[in-house]
Design a protein around this ligand. Sequence first.
Ligand SMILES: [Zn+2]
Length: 576
Amino acid sequence: MGRRRQQRFSDSDNRDQGLEHQLTADYCQSLLFHPHQSYLWAPERKQVLERTMISPFLVLAIGTCLTNSLVPEKEKDPKYWRAQAQQTLQNALRLQKLNTNVAKNIIMFLGDGMGVSTVTAARILKGQLHNSPGEESRLEMDKFPFVALSKTYNTNAQVPDSAGTATAYLCGVKANEGTVGVSAATQRTQCNTTQGNEVTSILHWAKEAGKSVGIVTTTRVNHATPSAAYAHSADRDWYSDNEMPSEALSQGCKDIAYQLVHNIKDIEVIMGGGRKYMFPKNRTDVEYEMDEKARGTRLDGLNLIDIWKSFKPRHKHSHYIWNRTELLTLDPYTVDYLLGLFEPGDMQYELNRNNVTDPSLSEMVEMAIKILSKNPEGFFLLVEGGRIDHGHHEGKAKQALHEVVEMDRAIGQAGDMTSQEDTLTVVTADHSHVFTFGGYTPRGNSIFGLAPMVSDTDKKPFTAILYGNGPGYKVVGGERENVSMVDYAHNNYQAQSAVPLRHETHGGEDVAVFAKGPMAHLLHGVHEQNYIPHVMAYAACIGANRDHCASASLAGSPSPGPLLLLLALLPLGILF
Ligand SMILES: [Zn+2]
């Protein structure tokens, strides 16, 4: 133990001497519980202890106490678990009656980089934000009746990126990493391999079928995920012409922001970040006047906002907005087209969000659904929690997990505003990350807390959350950094990783697909990722497979199925 640490933690070292004796029940009690507070208080207290005066032994002692005392009283009774399982069984049995209605609406939530370990950790975080131990809590997506796994590899990559995967789950065709809205015949950065290899998305199919369509994201609206819905680009990084090589420009390829405004001119709702790509080079940003990096980027001198407005029919109401106040004061019933760009680049992390200028993802989703659901033909909405991925890349697990919690809130919001009878909702991720949590943490341990023991090798404590690689790799004096010396519960704490990398990488394992609503049961096993939009299109009777729709529409919508109709008519003698 170094001298500096001895000085800093001398208080806790005194306490340790007392802990060298046996851990009695009384001692556990005094360590963990305030006489007038419930057990729920204990994890917080443990966290405070961990952060302020930790010694490895103290962590171990508290951990041991917690495992004995943190079991919620009701969970000690087998009746609790049996009743809970029986209820789940009844719910599962009801699913044998399949929902084969035609999906009037489709909502797709895409958590960028939201692997299964991220979902579990976010669930625990959400529970802990509500003062529960956390493990038993349920995300909105957890309540979806059908779950499948999605194989995320790109045609040329075992561990994929967000562009090739977006092409798969939006266009129904697997593609090369780094490319959007084109088949695997297109090579990244090679503009001249684009033409003839364009593939269209479910947003396009929905538009053709007369539905309203929308895109809501927390990244820039021309980022990889949303761009596969409307663009065809050999390179996801061609945000504006400023980012394109001269060769690609001379070969006639267009940047993604340009395509957003020109390819499908009547997308009803577009919200996210990305203002700077819409304006001529060096145009001052409306919000960050002094920030040179926020200025317009376009070399062609176009003002894409003006172009966007000019394409809208005169009698329709189109609104361009750039801040939260404008969003919240909109009357959705008088808005036909909405373009909201709330940041020059990506939007802020939810934890850092400015509540005056930046709406939350749920606020954007609420407005989007209000506008889109005016169409009697229904709508397709793509919602991206786009910065889960960024939090992970930076090794900032707390940022990433709070992004998931906010997206989950938006999923609940959408669920409240729609019906499973006519709305298919799919929640999935494009790919995972090398994010993990472990270390035999006790029940209710802060998801950002420490494992209850020290390493038996380097004798130092470690956080439950770790990354396989990334910027959190830190060696101090030739040894792994002692995490008790740093504020590992800070919003921007970078969790330790095994391999140093400036940017943590994606993970290659399957991701989950959660589904509810018409035909959700078709997402039922281990699927290739490009299967997903085929199911959504089938459910909505748009795109390629529509043969089944003729019989479904006979029975009306929502459809009880022709057989039920027949049975209903029997007593009336109509058929005989
Ligand atoms: Zn990424």
